[in-house]
Design a protein around this ligand. Sequence first.
Ligand code: ADP
Length: 452
Amino acid sequence: MMVALTVQGQAKAVWVVVTLAVGALSAAVVVRGVERMWRASAERIGAAAEALEQGRPPLHLLHAEPALMARAERRLLEAVDLVHDQLAALTGQRDEFEAILRGMIEAVVVTGARGELVMLNGAARRLFALAPDADYAGRDFVELCRDPRLQDLVSRTQQSGGALVTTSELSIQYPAERWLQVSAAPVRAGAGAGAAWVFVFHDITQLKNYETLRTDFIANLTHELRTPLAALRGYAETLTEGVEDADTQRRFLGIIERQASRLSRLIDDLISLSDLERGLAALKFETLDPARVVGEAVELMRGQAERKGVVLEQRSDAELAQVSADRDRMHQLMLNLLDNAIKYTPPEGRVTVEAHAAGDPDGKAGAGVEFVVSDTGEGIPATDISRLTERFYRVDRARSREMGGTGLGLAIVKHIVQLHHGKLRIASRLGEGTAVTVWLPAAGSASLAAAG
Ligand code: ADP
């Protein structure tokens, strides 16, 4: 009995030991499994974090963990996906914004609440002569823009605390003389880190210059028209009231005739100039012999030179290259230059017209022909030479009028030369004479081909 009991007791103990061993083994297996699962999970989360850091979308790997864990992980990955997409969209927007700012011709400057620079584009750097790559963030914009009037406008705008966009025009002296249209817009809270004002500067110098040219032109034109018209009306009225003396009558009629032809020359020149400027006078290019252009012009002006007692000569190189030019416009050009030369040369003086072979006067490759109209006349002061081709510019206004000049001749010449891809040079010495040189490229030359 005792023996049987002991055997039973031993068997029980073995079972307990076996059960414990199996339990421990299973627990170890489970722990290993859980550990592997956590490690795999941690690796996937780590990979997702790394992908986010590097701006890539995370990999969505299939795995067989318990549903609870897999769900949590999937949610995390979806959240990572979302953040990644938003980041990509924001980066795209930022690149687009930077490209727009870079491409803008307007200068854009963003300042903070204390006037410190937050951002500026390339055009702003160029406008304010700032270094292209230097970091100006945080610097006082008023200090950077240097021009006193602009500094005043920027500080007043920043202190105003206004909520509306303001636009004003002002001329600045530094770093260069310019007209600017300045728009200032307050930035709404939350629109950008630290941004308080956006300034947009539009360079309107060219526009202002055109405006000045236009108003000057109208003022000049009114003046040019008023003088002959007043004379016409005055003499016509006097004649209508009755003038007994036949000589006086003839003199008055002569004045009326001269003023009327001056008006008609003025209108002709104005139409010519406007057609040339607006490109309405389509040029008919043909190959012309330069010596012939000179010869025909001299023949046309010979009478005028003789009446004035001025000797008119021509000299052209033999075997000159031909030029591609509009015959009528070339005549107009030569006649204008010859008319001036004869007008401003006293009797017994000499006017010479020449045509020579010459390379491009600016030293560029290209064969061409130089037409030179020179005289031994009164000459032009050095300070006036650069302005002679402006409309209505004259050295001596009264004298030009007295000679029947319109003040438009050289402006017309300049346009004709430009339309022929040529170059104009005026050299003069007071009391000694003037030489006007027009260089035209030879027909079929490289410079004509380059000019298109
Ligand atoms: P204008 O009708 O007054 O001659 P232009 O445009 O032809 O107008 O010339 C402008 C000005 O240039 C003239 O008023 C004159 O003062 C000066 N000028 C032009 N050519 C000569 C020249 N050969 N000699 C002296 N002055 C000249």
